[in-house]
Design a protein around this ligand. Structure first.
Ligand SMILES: Cc1ncc(C[n+]2csc(CCOP(=O)(O)OP(=O)(O)O)c2C)c(N)n1
Ligand code: SF4
Length: 294
């Protein structure tokens, strides 16, 4: 990577290489899209808390110089909620895989959306559990081969964006690693939104999904996204039959609605009005200092 590349500013110097990702994996492209969004918004590194669960995607926080939290499988939104409520000034971002956020973490996902928690979620959907050997996830399409589906999957997948929207998220968008510039713009929009924003990043896992399903090389898989992704304006005019096997990309949902953080702050202010705030421990101990102390 060129030193002049903006991403260089955000990588932890001794954690860059080698990284854990397979050659051609889309996760690096999602990381680049996220970093460029942060850079365009000029958000100071210390103002961001990046939280992940477990998985190949969830390794992202290890490489970047923000406040980072690599948590347990499926639990990043629970940790992120705690971080946000304890320090609402932080821009809290969750980045994790489809298995982590929709399977074991599905409960946390729907409830964070329902609360309209002020968190940006970047859900990297590669249709599979990459890290653990290719088990199918709640996002794997029907009729695909996986380590846990040798006779092909028979379960219908979640549509992440429909799930986020119907659960209450106020901003929902989707793009792909092929459309990296658009993906970055949508992450930027998500970061600017107050309330829960969910950006689904359609990615590729050649190692655990592509090979098993004979989808070709990583490059071929990324190129295929050009045909499966349909701009939302065009998708709205297509029939469900025409959209079969495809998905809409762009901003899919964007509304204003009260979020948990601001409602919770109102309760705090009710019992501890800003003009009558009780002194913090720090202020109290300052007042109690001996006069000759500096
Ligand atoms: C409680 C628990 N169950 C299972 C695992 C094993 N595990 C680790 S990562 C993972 C799946 C990750 O898949 P996904 O979130 O889709 O991420 P990807 O690796 O594809 O980026 C599983 C099942 C674990 N670490 N903890
Ligand atoms: S196993 Fe799949 S998701 Fe994990 S790094 Fe390799 S290509 Fe990426």
């Amino acid at each position: 990577m060129q030193k002049s590349d903006v991403t260089h500013k955000y990588l932890r110097p001794r954690m860059n290489f080698p990284n854990v990702w397979c050659p051609g994996c889309g996760i690096g492209i999602v990381l680049g899209a996220f970093i460029r969004a942060v850079d365009r918004l000029q958000i100071p590194k210390d103002d961001i808390a990046l939280v992940s669960g477990i998985g190949c995607t969830a390794r992202i926080p290890a490489y970047v110089d923000f406040n980072t939290l690599h948590t347990t499988h499926g639990r990043p939104l629970a940790f992120a909620t705690g971080v946000k409520l304890s320090n609402p000034k932080l821009k809290v971002v969750v980045i994790s895989g489809d298995g982590d956020l929709l399977a074991i973490g599905g409960n946390h996902f729907i409830h964070a959306c329902r609360r309209n928690m002020d968190i940006t979620v970047i859900l990297v959907n590669n249709y599979i559990y990459g890290m653990t050997g290719g088990q199918y996830s709640p996002a794997t399409p029907i009729g695909k081969r996986a380590a846990t589906a040798p006779h092909l999957t028979i379960e219908p997948p979640f549509d992440t964006c429909d799930l986020a929207k119907s659960s209450g998220a106020s901003f929902v968008a989707r793009s792909t690693v092929y459309h990296a510039a658009q993906l970055s713009t949508l992450i930027e929009k998500g970061l600017q939104k107050t309330g829960m924003s969910v950006v689904e990043a359609m990615s590729n896992c050649e190692t655990q999904y592509g090979r098993t399903n004979r989808e070709g090389t990583a490059v071929r898989m990324i190129q295929a996204q050009k045909d499966t992704a349909v701009p939302v304006s065009k998708a709205k005019k297509m029939t469900p039959e025409e959209m079969q096997g495809k998905y809409a990309i762009g901003t899919l949902h964007n509304i204003e609605r009260p979020g948990y953080v601001e409602q919770y702050q109102k309760i705090i202010d009710k019992f501890n009005p800003p003009e009558k705030k009780v002194e913090t421990t720090e202020e109290l101990s300052k007042d109690q200092k001996e006069p000759n102390e500096s």
